[in-house]
Design a binder for this molecule. Sequence first.
Ligand code: FMN
Length: 182
Amino acid sequence: MYHEVEGSQAMGFLATKPTMIITTLHASGVVNGGVFGAYTNLSPSQVGTAIGTSSDTYANILREREFVINVPGADLVKTLRIFASNVPADKSEVDEAGLSTKDGIALRTPSIAQCMAAVEFEFEKEVPIGHHSFVIGRAVGGWIREECLDTDGKIDIFKARVITDFKYPKPLYVLPGEVVEG
Ligand SMILES: Cc1cc2nc3c(=O)[nH]c(=O)nc-3n(C[C@H](O)[C@H](O)[C@H](O)COP(=O)(O)O)c2cc1C
């Protein structure tokens, strides 16, 4: 038996999303943090992600022309609701979550020190889509915890215990589970 639908309701069947925290700079220099999902790799150096145009993250990226994608491990899962909430612009979600920042490598925007990895992006272009904008960035630097670095130079998602998916809007998050060789 198949549940068939016509129209955009079918988009709900494509709902697998990696979880990330994007850090940006407010005009005051305060570090903003927002939780986002569904980034996609576009090329070896570019990613795209859909960001609500009413978010602080969107305004900051357009003004400062840079952003950092931080990869939280499972130990930060309880902090994610703070990064999804409306924290006033004079306060940092990073502080509110009890976390700290790490200075940028190629950018002025800092990352979150307690994350497993962070990649810095220069804003390249956007594609407006309704209440969201598909924001495209080019990687210019980043870091990973040494213990999470795999032999292929990429992140070891098991050691990093990254959040691979979530069941929005429920606060349910998925960690890497069963692995089979295909
Ligand atoms: C797990 C999770 C994933 C989210 N993914 C997105 C997303 O992909 N795009 C988006 O615009 N908002 C997303 N949100 C909502 C933002 O986190 C929320 O709008 C937040 O307030 C943005 O922060 P900011 O205003 O500081 O930028 C998500 C929230 C949660 C909890």
